[in-house]
Design a protein around this ligand. Structure first.
Ligand SMILES: [Zn+2]
Length: 207
């Protein structure tokens, strides 16, 4: 893990622990064996964890992330069911009725396992640099691009989806509405319930 990420993780852990009742005991079932010394860790469920590792600045995991602390001083952060978590985030983004921000566009591209180059090709010879500029908010994502990407993402996931996403029912409405940028991005909060009640099953393979 690069040093800056390590420091960021440490900061999050310290903040979570400093927060009054910010964490509660995870109980025995969440315990893990410390890979460093082999002792059993103390495990805490983080009440509210900002999931920056997703590349999104507005995603919060409620009672989902688990912090493991060992007497030897090692700390580990565990994000359970990460694939389903990403499905849940993608589902929220696909239902978003304002234009994606660059980071949201990037999340969806990665969700369907496309490189910027591959995406450029399937979008009709869009240069990789253009995609990078979209993803970094250097040039605006147009409603037309949003529509094209939305349809592409659904198509790429379609083969893997047995039960149709209820999302598709709303697609006409979304395509009609997505025309503007949100003033402030609404935060996305994912709880264990969000994942349990996702309207589509776990997807096998991105493509
Ligand atoms: Zn240890």
């Amino acid at each position: 893990m690069p040093k800056s990420e390590d420091e960021e993780l440490r900061r999050i852990i310290e903040a979570a622990l400093a927060e009054k009742d910010g964490a509660k005991g995870g109980g025995g079932k969440n315990q893990m064996v410390c890979p460093h010394c082999g002792k059993k860790t103390e495990s805490l469920i983080i009440k509210r964890y900002r999931y920056k590792e997703s590349g999104l600045d507005n995603v919060y995991l409620k009672n989902s992330a688990i912090l493991h602390r060992c007497v030897c001083g090692q700390k580990y952060m565990e994000i359970p069911q990460i694939e389903r978590l990403h499905d849940a985030i993608a589902y929220r983004l696909l239902n978003k009725k304002t234009i994606w921000r660059g980071q949201e566009f990037r999340f969806l591209r990665k969700w369907v396992s496309l490189t910027a180059e591959e995406l450029g090709r399937v979008l009709g010879h869009v240069r990789r640099g253009t995609i990078s500029r979209w993803e970094n908010d250097k040039i605006p994502i147009t409603p037309a691009t949003h529509h094209q990407m939305l349809l592409l993402v659904l198509r790429l996931k379609e083969e893997a989806i047995n039960e149709r996403m209820s999302l598709e029912i709303a697609i006409k409405e979304i395509l009609e509405k997505v025309a503007e940028k949100a003033k402030t991005p609404a935060s996305i909060t994912i709880t264990p319930d969000t994942i349990r009640s996702l309207p589509f099953p776990a997807l096998k393979g991105g493509r």
